[in-house]
Design a protein around this ligand. Structure first.
Ligand code: NAP
Length: 295
């Protein structure tokens, strides 16, 4: 019999890539995608009733309020979606005895470690977004027997607002860009991440896993690389500090994730971020230009 796999957050940046990958890599399963139009996870009764009625075997919960600075300014919304919303999904899944795959973030860490974070390292979020996602992790662990928590970071992809597109857009209008140079992480392609999530599901991964493209850099180096590989290196980039940028939410200065557990259990390592970026630019640069997104 066909398994039902439900993706919540299916029309987000990662969701759209993930839907495509799951439909092609799991052709014998029924993959169903819902987003806020079909289910508002803030509403407990609606969430529980709808999921129970569907009776999925796997719920992949990637819906979230992902605007990190927005979360800082609206803590109530951040916790309603990312924490309580996740609790509602967890409750529903536990009633159907479904496995839950939950997407979490490097921002559960404070960045004081200075070497890649292990899944077992104690979390200590610096901002509201990180705290609300951590609370989501805790609800999943509390309510669901068979869970897979995937922490990832610095996502960019074809289907959402992201750093790569933003740099290209700004570079088409300005001669000088200022980019923060005191936060270190691993830029991660949603296309690569979606493939890795699908592999991990096929291996029936359990517990917490860190998944990101390999190698790391600062946002400044990431920005410089984007411009260089797009033939726009005439634009000057100035390194600035997070303090100078003055965003509402604090970010960890170091949040590289150790992805050895993924390699040990599945043999998989995500490729270095510059390779993934190269592919993204080669595939979507024209589309972005024609779409008028940044030129
Ligand atoms: N982006 C990153 O750099 C990053 C880094 C680490 C972890 N993550 C995690 O990875 C996952 C996917 O991220 P993403 O960047 O693909 O996010 P995204 O593009 O913002 O997608 C999230 C989706 O969830 C939907 N949503 C928001 N509130 C909802 C609600 N109350 N009920 C149902 N759906 C709701 C959003 O709809 P609207 O657009 O209409 O609000 C959107 O379609 C998230 O769990 C995020 O926390 C992301």
């Amino acid at each position: 019999m066909k398994r039902i796999i439900l993706v919540i957050g299916a029309r987000g940046m990662l969701g759209r890539d993930l839907m495509g990958i799951l439909q092609s890599s799991l052709p014998n399963d029924g993959v169903i995608g819902w987003d806020i139009e079909e289910i508002d996870i803030r509403k407990e009764e609606e969430t529980v009733t709808k999921i129970e009625k569907l009776r999925p075997e796997i719920v992949i919960h990637i819906a979230a309020y992902t605007d990190v600075d927005g979360c800082e300014l609206d803590e109530e919304k951040a916790f309603a979606v990312n924490a309580e919303g996740t609790k509602h999904v967890a409750l529903a899944a536990s009633r159907c005895r479904a496995k839950v795959v939950y997407l979490s973030t490097d921002y559960v860490f404070d960045g004081n470690k200075r070497e890649p974070y292990l899944e077992s390292d104690p979390p200590h979020p610096l901002n509201v977004y990180g705290r609300s996602k951590l609370k989501g992790e805790q609800y999943i662990q509390e309510w669901v027997k068979d869970f897979l928590i995937i922490r990832t970071q610095w996502l960019y992809g074809r289907y959402g607002k992201n750093f790569v597109d933003s740099i290209l857009r700004q570079a088409s209008k300005k001669k000088v860009l200022s980019i923060v140079d005191d936060q270190i992480g691993s830029p991660t392609s949603t296309a690569d991440l979606a493939k890795a999530i699908s592999v991990l599901i096929q291996f029936n991964g359990k517990g917490i896993f860190h998944l990101a493209n390999s190698d790391h850099c600062t946002w400044y180096t990431f920005g410089q690389t984007i411009l260089k590989r797009s033939g726009m290196d005439e634009v000057r980039v100035i390194p600035i500090s997070s303090q100078e940028l003055g965003r509402p939410a604090a970010r960890p200065s170091y949040s590289v994730l150790n992805c050895e557990k993924l390699k040990k259990e599945t043999g998989l390592t995500l490729r270095p971020w510059p390779e993934a970026l190269e592919d993204y630019l080669a595939t979507y640069r024209e589309e972005k230009i024609e779409g008028g997104n940044w030129r």
